[in-house]
Each structure stands twice: as C-alpha cells, then as structure tokens.
Design a protein around this ligand. Sequence first.
Ligand SMILES: Nc1nc2c(c(CN[C@H]3C=C[C@H](O)[C@@H]3O)cn2[C@@H]2O[C@H](COP(=O)(O)O)[C@@H](O)[C@H]2O)c(=O)[nH]1
Length: 346
Amino acid sequence: MEWGGMEGILTPRESARFIAENSRDVCVDSGGVRRVAELLLARAAGPELRVDGWKALHELNPRAADEAAVNWVFVVDTLNFSFWAEQEEHKCLVRYGGKTYSGYWSLCAAVNRALDEGIPITSASYYATVTLDQVWNIFRSDSDVAMPLIEERHRILNETGKILLEKFGGSFLNCVRKSEKSAQKLLHLVVESFPSYRDVTQYKGKRISFYKRAQILVADTWSVLEGKGDGCFEDISSITMFADYRLPQILVYLGALKYSDKLLKKLLDGVMLSYGDKQEVEIRGCAVWCVELIRDCLLELIEKSGEKPNGEINSILLDYYLWDYARDHREDMKGIPFHRTRCIYY
Ligand SMILES: Nc1nc2c(c(CN[C@H]3C=C[C@H](O)[C@@H]3O)cn2[C@@H]2O[C@H](COP(=O)(O)O)[C@@H](O)[C@H]2O)c(=O)[nH]1
C-alpha cells in the first residue's frame, strides 16, 4: 500500500480509545484496572517506576548515554519484533557473558556478542550493506531453533541503514536532535523516514496506528539518555504503552483485560492471527487503552495517598514494569495464552 504520510491516521491513543469503544472479543475490566493500579502504587516509589531502571535493572542495556549508545538502541529497536517460538520449550537462545538469553533479550545478547567479536553491527555504514550470511552469523542461536524472520531482519537492516546514511549522516542521534526534544516530533520523523516502523492498519472503516516500535524507540532513547540533554523530551508522557504480544497476556493474567470465550479458545488452540485481523487489532487496541486507564487510576491513587512518586509516572514506565513483571512470572502465566502474529511490527 502506497504510504501517503501520517495525516488521516488516528494517533495510537485515539486508535486505542476507538477500538476499546467498539471491541467485541476483548474488553477492559475496570475492577482489574483498579487492582493493577493498586499493585503499581506499592511500587510507585521503587526503582522500577523510574527512568534509570532501564539501565539499573537490565545488564544488557548500554551503561553509557553517548552517540554509540543511542545507535545501539536504534538498531535493537529496528529489529525488536516477533521472538515467540512455535513451541515454548524449543526457542532461540543466545549465550552471552556466561548467561543464556531468550526472546527480546536474545536479540540484545546477539548484538553485544557481535560487538565483542569486532562486528560493528550498530554502525549504519556496516548494516546498510551487511549480507544475509553475515546476519545469519550475527544472530545465530545457541539452541537448535533460529531467531524468527532472519530474512526480514536482513532486509530491514539494509533498508534502514541506507536511509540513516542518506538522511541523517548515519547516526540516529542526528534524528533525535532534529526532533528538538519533542517525543511526538521524533515519533513522526521515525515513521515518515523508516518504512518498517509504519505499524498502521484499519478497523471498522478508520485508519488506525499503534506505532509500537516507533514508540518504544522514543522510549528507549529517552531511557538511554536518562531523560537528560537531547533525551529531555518535554512531551514524553504523550507516548502510550507499546502494543506487543506480552502486555496483553499479562493484562489478562492480572484481570484488567478480558477475552471472549470464543477468542480465548482460539488462542489456547494456538491459532495464529494475521496482522490487521479484527481480533488482533482488538487485543492490541484494548491493551493500549487499558494501560492508559491504569495510569489515570494510579495517578489518582498517588494523589489521594499524598505519596510523592519519584519523577513523573507515565505509560512508558508502566509498560516497562508490566513487561518485566511478565518476564518474571512466565511460569504463573502459563495458562494464559499470548496471541500469535508473525510480523515485523511487534
Ligand atoms: N510492551 C513492551 N514490549 C516489549 C518490551 C521489550 C523490551 N524493551 C524494554 C524492556 C526492557 C528493556 O529495558 C527494554 O527497553 C520488548 N518488547 C516486545 O515483547 C516481545 C518479546 O517478548 P519476549 O518473547 O517475552 O522476549 C516482542 O514483541 C518485543 O517487541 C517492552 O518494554 N514493552
């Protein structure tokens, strides 16, 4: 489909509200929303719900806040999609620094492993022309299951690297600086410049957007720059939660999101949903709206409790917390299916 620009497409927040108001197979549970807000209230003053948790809690993330760290975030979020395995017990694994990583973290481990091997995988001048064989080697698995969509990852690396060289002098920091400390301007610049970030579809006759990877790229840029300097986005709270396949699962587990019996059975049977399917859109849209409502409820509870949270609580920090929570409660969540969509957008 020819890209006609972002005009005429609902923003992620508007899309989420519209979907939640019209959804048939997924709904937000207000009691569950409140319970999750109360769970988060207990953590509001903790290390998780603050921008420096991104580095403090995750050893694979860069320690620095320099240009190289920003370019690390860019190449990782360009490839930050579709890690789920056909069988949970047979998945891609990457060993790094004496530990074994799966899912999203297998991507980060592979990037760091390549850098240690002297492969400049975070440099656009390298990945603009990296070959498929080199990509197979860089993202090789230490289990007998390969990382999904390697060929798409190769195509996207070449496409994205070429554009970064042509338009932004080969560094994502130049793209950040052009956004003049506006998260929304950076989001727009990324979506307009890099086709693989155009996470848009339609629902009930309206063109809607999730921009999941563009939003998490803005969020991770804010985090790696520690919310300071070029990363001091005055409108960072306008970014919504990132509509992936893990957050809906944890929100159902916590009772804030509910699936119809028909949809739940379909997911339990492992039926795949296509990108843009009505039910897939309802899962993603209701999950985004659910986190917006949790945030509103949490801010109300904080107000009432008189507790002073450290810094501003926003949907990004709630998303990070819930995503990490899902990681740490993988076993408990076994009975709750995540939806299986194979695509390059999340
Ligand atoms: N909503 C949301 N989705 C996120 C992330 C992350 C990691 N990002 C931050 C978190 C810690 C680091 O500090 C990063 O900054 C990955 N994903 C998505 O999850 C899926 C992979 O899941 P699994 O198969 O279990 O590894 C896949 O769609 C991936 O795109 C997030 O934070 N929020």
